[in-house]
Design a protein. Sequence first.
Length: 492
Amino acid sequence: MDMHPDEVAVWLEQLPYTNLPECALLLRQGLQSLAHAPLDGGLRFKLLRLYWPALDRYYPLLEQEVRQYGSVSSPKIRQLAILGVELFAYLFSAFKLALNERLAKPGLLDRDQPKVELLGYTMMAARQYLLVSQQNYYAMPPSFWQDCHLLYSFALSKGWQAECSSHDDSIAVMYQQILLLGLTSFNRIPVAAQDLAKQLIFDVAERIRLIPVTSLSANAYGYLLDLQADTPPQFLLISALNPVASCYLLELSGVVETLEKSISFLQTAQAPIQSTQLADELQLFSSLLQEWQQPKRRRHQREKVQQVMEVIITVPSIWFRLNGMNWQLPGVEVDELHLRSLPPPPPSMLVQINQSDSGFLLLGQPRGQSFLVGEVLLLTLPGKPEAAKLGIVRWIGLCANGKEMECGIEELADRPLPVLCRPANSPGEERFQYALHLPAQAKPSRLVMAGKPFAAARDLILHDGQQESRIRLSQLLQQSPLFQLMEYQMSE
């Protein structure tokens, strides 16, 4: 491959950016060469700086495609997601190589600034590699965390940690952003909220303080950072009796204070208007606050189970299945849109691995369905439709083979029923929407709908295939960017 900067610049400009698979393969080939080919360190750095704008141009297009369908929804999308992760893996490897080459050739008149700049770019590449991997549910490979700790340790030894350049934050702040990303379970954050989570992390990370364990006067619970370990910070009881010089306590009180102020502001802003967008932000900020103070722990015992389940995802697809593979509900006039609607994708056959009081773990390959965190899904044992359960996707992980996914499911209810709903105060203006009625039993009647239909005391017309009823929404029980679970009463 040509390694002349002018030729590479022309090649990068002419890449087929809108052909996502082909462009990714070409970029990967180029970055792979830079991560392995013998080159002068200065030339390698110059070429890498040409690739960065190309990635800034290409990756948002790939990211948009992956987010639209979910990174585990089909082999094609999974392959795109894998390519996206590999691009930044090779970018990070190439920057590490360029940095090592630069540091291995000291000279009498060698200036520090080029080394600081290269170290900053390497830390930037590490941060982006981690972020892209997390957003696509990939676990970081061995040595990643050790590499990040070594980069920061080196900057610390040279006194370069506070150095900034025009392109980004200081080396120390970028490292703190990496640490805070490492504390964050992106596989539990809905896709629509990931950009906000990223921005929040980047904004508040500078308020992290690294306190040497050697300075602690008493034992303390908190996140322990070991610069010699290949792990992100670990939450545990930190002993002050036998301190290790390479260990630090992540002091997060500044981060917590900032987050608590934001939560208070959101609560005040949301109270008079009941904005669903503010509610989503409040839910995200609250979950991050909890996680950064102490990671989630298992609350229930897991029981091993091995059985195949049919899985259908999204409210319309579930509705179609529950309604006998039909878009028409008895007693409701079918409009032209429903007549033209195609059947949803067939169920995915996934294996249930375990079960607890709150939910279970599924493993397998989705069949063209958009598995997204925060989406509702229907789970049925083959041949037993009467045992159908409604659940929520709480987290997603991609297995090491890049083909299978695992996802944690929270159970909502048994035997949901298909119904249709429309606003009560605008007859004829708004069509019926698909909804799932959850039988009352000992609880008040509940309703699941896609989107954000809830408003306090809002009246809806509910049609169950036999009769119409006027209902009033009374309480929002759960929501994600994709659905709402609401309590309702009969309206007078």
